[in-house]
Design a protein around this ligand. Structure first.
Ligand code: ATP
Ligand code: MG
Length: 249
């Protein structure tokens, strides 16, 4: 589904990502861990096509198509979803209206008609119930005054509505209380299928008790320096990152 080959990317003439290789197949969950500033969010942004970053070497394909030249909207329409570590506020646009617009934009890009209002409402109700989201929440302005947990829940709601092929969740666990963490993880697990894939970026092994990854990768200095199974996450929780550094020298 997603293939990243020898990817160098950064900004201002400096590469933050320095030779990333990663393949994510349909049906898989990959976790990405690594110290602060190692390039995790940058990798997510580059895959999603954020324009401030420049790819200087290597390539990214999604479903066997080179997506390097596509803008973020086009990538989203192809089924790539990125949740932000720091989501933006959009005053005056409700959670519901934002998602309606996003869905119909996707329909438009596929030359499909708008989703009928009744169908949209039904879907909103279903997904909100699944994620235990209060109806009142849906009419609030997007991210305005949202608590950390509400922002994260809203992201998962967007993801549930958009049904992406590849979801990249950047620190979805930060700021969630234990109950919210379970709801969010549960949502991700329910949305999981053999046809889609998830990349979770996290600092803590805790999330991976609920969203069980097939692979865990460690990024340091813009490179994947170690990959393993979920056992690797336990090892990191226990030992930190220094032992990997030592292994590398
Ligand atoms: N837009 C930007 N402008 C300047 N520097 C940037 C920008 N984006 C990333 N960087 C730098 O690139 C490096 C990697 O940042 P990135 O956000 O990818 O780290 P991260 O692994 O997600 O860290 P964290 O765990 O703290 O979220 C950092 O040194 C950061 O300051
Ligand atoms: Mg980050």
């Amino acid at each position: 589904m997603l293939k990243i080959k020898d990817l160098y990317a950064g900004l201002g003439g400096k590469d933050i990502l320095q030779g990333i290789n990663l393949e994510v197949k349909a049906g898989e969950i990959h976790a990405i861990m690594g110290p602060n500033g190692s390039g995790k969010s940058t990798l997510a942004s580059v895959v999603a096509g954020k324009e401030e970053y420049e790819v200087t070497r290597g390539y990214i394909t999604f479903e066997n198509e080179d997506i390097s030249e596509l803008d973020p909207e086009e990538r989203a329409h192809k089924g790539i979803f990125l949740s932000f570590q720091y989501p933006v506020e959009i005053p005056g646009v409700s959670v519901t209206n934002f998602i309606k617009t996003a869905i119909n934009e996707t329909h438009k890009s596929k030359k499909m008609d708008d989703m009928p209002a009744s169908e949209m409402l039904k879907m909103i109700k279903e997904k909100a119930d699944m994620l235990e989201i209060d109806r009142k929440f849906l009419s609030r302005s997007l991210n305005e005054g949202f608590s950390g947990g509400e922002k994260k829940r809203n992201e998962i709601f967007q993801m549930a509505m958009l049904e992406p092929k590849l979801a990249i969740l950047d620190e979805t666990d930060s700021g969630l209380d234990i109950d919210a963490l379970k709801v969010v993880a549960n949502g991700v697990n329910k949305l999981k299928s053999k046809d889609n894939a998830v990349i979770v970026i996290t600092h803590y092994q805790r999330l991976l008790d609920y969203i069980i990854p097939d692979f865990v990768h460690v990024i340091m200095n813009g490179r994947i320096v170690k990959s393993g199974t979920k056992e690797l996450a336990y090892e990191l929780e226990e030992k930190g990152y220094d032992w990997i550094k030592e292994e590398l020298v």
